[in-house]
Design a protein around this ligand. Structure first.
Ligand code: PMP
Length: 428
């Protein structure tokens, strides 16, 4: 394979006309494909259909400690749901509060509460001139949407293969008291599939923030979402590390069963220190008399315990793995050695992150759309939707069928090639 940059102008033009002909052929098919959002496929959702059978009019809905799940009561979750989620999140049961159907909702509320009421007695953030959040990039667009919504200034921190650039994180957190938080997806990150190294976690736990109300927003959405049984990333548990480091209150750890059972109908949880949880319960009791305990019970009766979740995730992996491999295979076969893009082959999570040549991502996404393929908008993986290099594209392989995926990835690589040639020819 000759790198495109080493081809002459004539060679590039010749290549371009062949690729354009192929692109027109695909376009003429009038396809409608979507690799834009990390939604499980129907086949994956079917894995949890047994959950519909565990509760019916013939079973009792009384939970372990005698609470009747059909009625009010139990503000912060039923005991067995706390145990299930605590085991999944690798924290003691007493450090867990169960919420409703969405962890993103819990993150939003956590920022909102800090804005209006402060954090453990600190000045409410809305009364401060400036509030900043660190945003490892590329990252999750919906995190950035929350902080943007509250007018919080977002500072990009580049991701490395071991997690965020910790020199930068340490410096900003320790020197600037207006830095109040950092968004983290520490395992199989969205979108790169990177897991933070041991050293990164230790450095997080040992941060010395200038702001007493600085918090790490540790969104462990993909904690059990491995693709392989024999090759898995391992993440050190942050809550206990923070405790050991004398920073027990510095982290909020979020998770949910969204991509385990049913997105939008799962259960969400927050793990944190006792002091943090007590403050949060104080707000919760004003917001609600309690979340959906019937759904909590349904999850527990279906999964039984964390081993049930692990077994269940193997079934998800069996569906997801061929899809990831199909995309990676096409990328390797079609783009390997051309030096017009790079990508990471993740061991878990929901995404493949692709980096095009600088200045090409928006044009690639637009080109793919011409042929009927919807990708996540270029820039979405950065705060304010602004990728300073216009290079990162998030590929979400979970939803299409394997057949659709093969066609979709072909359209994608064609688009990458055509746009890269234009860039090298100086047409962009
Ligand atoms: N965090 C991350 C990193 C995600 O990728 C997603 C879903 N795509 C969520 C949170 C949303 O989780 P939930 O459904 O629990 O709100």
């Amino acid at each position: 394979m000759t790198a495109y940059k080493d081809l002459s102008r004539e060679e590039l033009l010749e290549l371009k006309s062949g690729l354009e002909a192929r692109f027109e052929e695909v376009k003429a098919k009038g396809l409608k494909l979507d690799m834009s959002r990390g939604k499980p496929s129907a086949e994956q959702l079917n894995l949890s259909m047994g959950m519909m059978d565990v509760l019916h009019s013939g079973v009792d809905l009384i939970c372990e400690d005698g609470v009747d799940c059909r009625n009010y009561g139990g503000l912060d979750g039923i005991a067995e749901a706390k145990q299930l989620l605590a085991d999944m999140m690798e924290v003691p049961k007493d450090n867990v509060v169960i919420f409703g159907n969405s962890s993103l909702n819990v993150m939003y509320d956590t920022v909102a509460r800090s804005m209006t009421h402060g954090v453990l007695g600190s000045t409410p953030w809305c009364k401060l001139d400036k509030v900043k959040f660190l945003c490892p990039v590329p990252g999750y667009d919906r995190h950035f949407a929350i902080t943007e919504h509250f007018g919080i200034e977002m500072i990009n921190v580049p991701m490395t293969p071991t997690g965020p650039d910790m020199d930068m994180v340490e410096k900003l957190v320790s020197e600037d008291a207006s830095v109040k938080g950092i968004w983290c997806v520490p395992k199989y990150s969205n979108p790169q599939g990177i897991t933070y190294s041991d050293e990164t976690v230790y450095r997080f736990a040992n941060l010395k923030p200038a702001a007493e109300d600085f918090r790490i927003y540790w969104d462990n959405a993909y904690c059990v979402h491995h693709l392989y049984e024999d090759k898995q990333d391992y993440l050190i548990e942050i809550l206990s590390e923070c405790k050991k480091a004398g920073n027990p209150d510095m982290v909020y750890k979020f998770s949910s069963t969204s991509k385990i059972s049913f997105p939008g109908s799962g259960i969400a949880a927050l793990a944190a220190s006792e002091a943090n949880l007590n403050e949060i319960r104080g707000m919760m009791k004003v917001q609600t008399i309690g979340h959906d305990k019937v759904n909590q019970l349904r999850h527990v009766r279906f999964f039984k315990d964390v081993h049930g979740i692990v077994e269940h995730m193997k079934k998800h992996a069996d569906i997801m793995r061929p899809k990831f491999e199909a995309v990676i295979d096409v990328l390797e076969k079609e783009l390997g050695g051309l030096e017009i893009g790079s990508w990471i082959k993740p061991l878990g999570g929901y995404f493949i992150s692709f980096d095009a040549m600088d200045g090409c991502a928006k044009a690639i996404v637009a080109k793919a759309k011409e042929a009927g393929l919807v990708m996540t908008g270029a820039g979405a993986t950065f705060p304010y939707g602004k990728d300073p290099h216009d290079s990162n594209i998030r590929i979400a392989p979970s939803y299409p069928t394997p057949e659709e995926l093969a066609v979709a990835t072909d359209i994608f690589v064609l688009s990458v090639k055509l746009v890269s040639i234009d860039k090298l020819l100086g047409n962009l």
